[in-house]
Design a protein around this ligand. Sequence first.
Ligand SMILES: [Mn+2]
Length: 325
Amino acid sequence: MTTYIIGHKKPDTDSVIAAIALQFLYESRDCFGYKNPQAVITETINPEATFLLNKFGIETPKILTAENILAEDKVILVDHNEASQRLDGLNQDQIAEIIDHHKVNLNLNEPIFMTFKAWGSSNTIVYFLMKQNDLRPDKTLASLMLAAILSDTVGYKSATTTSKDKEVGAELAEIAEVGDVEAFTLEIFKAKSDISSLNDEQIVKNDYKIFEFDTASNDNNPGGSTTKTMIDQLETVEQEMVLTIKKAGLLKAMATVKAEQEVKLLFVAITDILKVNTKLLILSDAEKEVAQKAFGGVVENNILDIGPKMSRKKEIAPAIETALK
Ligand SMILES: [Mn+2]
């Protein structure tokens, strides 16, 4: 019997490292009687997470498929909860626990363990759980957890950041012996921005989430329905370059991905993490109408500047959801 600990599809740094940190917690403390806790991933990790695991000499967790999960195994979800973001084919009755900081969208058949906190990073929650259990990460794990918090909160600049993230970050920095957190953040940002190994289509699919937003009922749409909406985000220190040199290629790739994913709307958010600004790439009139309603302003040359909004979870997705209602 194995207890798999797994993050969301399109794994980011926060979800991969939270799974690794939880494995350490459940190996060290018998919290809920889990057998053989094992951090795994849904698919290949992004360049930033790869950079960090390499830097600190930690092996990348193995990719899990639903076929490899035995009937007696348990699964712990971290950094996500909704079915659309889970490993494909996962039997929800095997979920034993969820640890997350996203909006809750669940309909499970059995009671399970849950820790949800409105903090900026899943790793802030995992550190909180470690402290509850009198456990301290070692220097390497503390470095990775700090990196994950800085990544998910965009160096504490995202609207999702809370004082708890900063408090935990400071404790981790001490354990990790990271004196210059700003320099460490910049190093992470540079890794985040490294898209040299990705083609245009991979960029559009590098960090995306698909949402089923409720759409208001009207004459054309009696009773209402849902609108399948894909939002990709590229966090970069080179927004200008992406929106000039790469724009045409990205728009072409967006058309391909939109058809392939069978979504009604596709937005690509190019977020400058140093300037604290997001510009949306707008593919067609359908996205244009929704984006202008959601954020105000006017789309020019397929671009809508939405100002200092950097959080997909707290700012971008909710505004689009509201505009659709
Ligand atoms: Mn997260």
